[in-house]
Design a protein around this ligand. Structure first.
Ligand code: KIV
Length: 296
């Protein structure tokens, strides 16, 4: 059954009536099809793809070209889910003009419905410029992986009264700048709850406790496809890695043992065509052309 397209207004409505928002990352067409079948509200093409798909140590090396390629692939699933694409590191810091240009590219070439960018008050002016250009923006505060080096690593944010207050001020500034939702990553639950209560826009938590308006997880973490590390806040709902591994091992064994392909995977030629082929071979004629084997 096809679902009704989810818009930014539907997400706001869900928040207002207390219906929780389910958001998941996806980076390619088949994943987006599965996410859609599961009924997720938002698909995020996160720059986490740099780590979980491309094998980088961080999200920093991700480029606009990579984001556009993955966003466009996900968009072809034509899902009802609201589609958001991450602005990669370096695509919105240099100037507001460049930020607007890159946000517009993600919409025009990656077919996303909104962009997400990391940072608090320091990016409020950029968020304002992008929204003024007609592009919806999701904010992202707390642990912001693009600036993990500045934060001293992948660490929980807002643990002191002072930094919790700074997070709240960031959240309010992003809302004023025009963000339509806000990701809170690796933030103590009570801090996330207070931010959620004080905002008019939905918060989506990852490692921010159960009180945010929605929850987001990274595809590879939640499905057991990333073995480098498992963040404390991520729950492994399935172990797809093990399932895929079993399938691949069986393939290798069957190829080596000669049991794949079996008769059901083999194309046949009729006896009549086969004897014509053999006769042609014996006569030394150009059988391929006579039989139209090469597209004739
Ligand atoms: O890049 C990403 O996947 C994200 C989520 C963790 C929210 O930003």
């Amino acid at each position: 059954m096809t679902r009704k397209k989810i818009t930014v207004l539907d997400l706001q409505k869900k928040f207002e009536v207390g219906e929780r928002i389910a958001m998941v990352t996806a980076y390619d067409y088949p994943s987006a099809v599965l996410a859609e079948k599961a009924g997720v509200d938002i698909i995020l093409v996160g720059d986490s793809l740099g780590m979980v798909v491309h094998g980088f140590e961080s999200t920093v090396p991700v480029t606009m070209e990579m984001m556009i390629l993955h966003c466009a692939a996900v968009s072809r699933a034509r899902s009802a889910a609201f589609l958001i694409g991450d602005m990669p590191f370096g695509s919105y810091e240099v100037s507001k003009e460049e930020a607007v240009r890159n946000a517009v590219r993600l919409v025009k070439e990656g077919y996303v419905e909104a962009v997400k960018l990391e940072g608090g008050r320091e990016v409020a002016g950029t968020v304002e410029a992008i929204t003024r250009a007609g592009v919806l923006v999701q904010g992202h505060i707390g642990l912001t992986p693009q600036s993990a080096a500045k934060l001293g690593g992948f660490r929980v944010q807002g643990k002191s009264a002072r930094s919790a207050r700074a997070l709240l001020d960031d959240a309010l500034a992003l809302q004023e700048a025009g963000c339509t939702s806000l990701v809170l990553e690796a933030v103590p639950d009570r801090v996330a709850d207070t931010i959620t209560e004080m905002l008019r826009i939905p918060t989506v938590g990852i490692g921010a406790g159960p009180g945010t308006a929605g929850q987001v997880l990274v595809w590879h973490d939640m499905l057991g496809l990333f073995d480098r590390f498992q963040p404390k806040f991520s729950k492994r709902f399935e172990n797809a890695g093990e399932t895929i591994q079993r399938g691949l091992t069986a393939f290798v064994e069957q190829v080596r043992g000669g049991t794949f392909p079996g008769p059901e995977h083999v194309f046949t030629i009729s006896d009549e065509e086969w004897s014509a082929f053999e006769q042609g071979l014996q006569a030394g004629s150009d059988v391929g052309e006579e039989m139209g084997l090469y597209g004739g």
